[in-house]
Design a binder for this molecule. Sequence first.
Ligand SMILES: [Zn+2]
Length: 313
Amino acid sequence: MLYTVLGAIDESEMGKALVHEHIMVDFSPADEQHVLDDSMREEVVRIMSPYLQEMKDFGFRTLFECTPRFLGRDIETLISISRATGVHIVSNTGFYAFGGYKHIPLSLRDASPETFASLWIDEFSHGIEGTGVKPGFIKTSVNHGPLGDLDRRLIIAAALTHLETGLTIACHTGEKECALGVAGVIEEQGVDPSALIIVHADQVEDMSFHLSLLERGFWLEYDNVGLKPLEYHVELISTVMKHGVGSRVLLSHDAGWYTVGEPEGGKDSNRPYTAVARSLIPALKARGYGDEVEEQLLVTNPREAFRIRVRRG
Ligand SMILES: [Zn+2]
């Protein structure tokens, strides 16, 4: 089962998926997030639908929307754009700590892991903000460097939520030290590494980091495709394939998005969701990788990574 914003679908319906994209983001602090009305939502749908249509034309059926609450997550907009385009959209529960905690409401910054977890588990049990829509995964993030106290509480909360709901955890990292910190807390909390996706792993250019985390059983997400030189990702994927750990790698663009508060969502800086299909897959095929590798990276791995089940370590 996969929980999309239009309801549960069978995982066989998922097809090719992009595991980390954004449709709409609001960079205002948590306590100053814009309140959207119908005309703003219509504008997001009008501006972003062509990008979803384009990804669909490349054969993708599912998009994991990685914008958490208090960073612009808006379920009503996601419902409308999913209806308009026919793309399956999966939203999330969780909080975003990166950026010095400004996307966590002041009233919650001292909260315990149990309090955070209860908010997220409630969204899974009862639906998000009265919409009845269930999150399909946990999205959280940490600040760079050694984990701060609040970063750590959020990761413990993600682990508790996982153990209660079976939702997979996707955690924004972006450098080695915080990524290893998150991985360590997940294991300490008795969660199997296969329940954690290390987001932005491709920002770390150290192969031993990649291979050791893959060998421990974590998922690595290479979601800067189109932002880094094509050759970089081709090399990275070739190396993990050579070491036999390509079954724990995920690809995406971290692209989009409508920025709330900017004229027409700042549409001139939007990026399409197409570099994986347009450039990376053809480059891998030119290296001799066949359709089975494309299937593994874009269909099988996302399906396995996000399958809802409790994974105890
Ligand atoms: Zn992102």
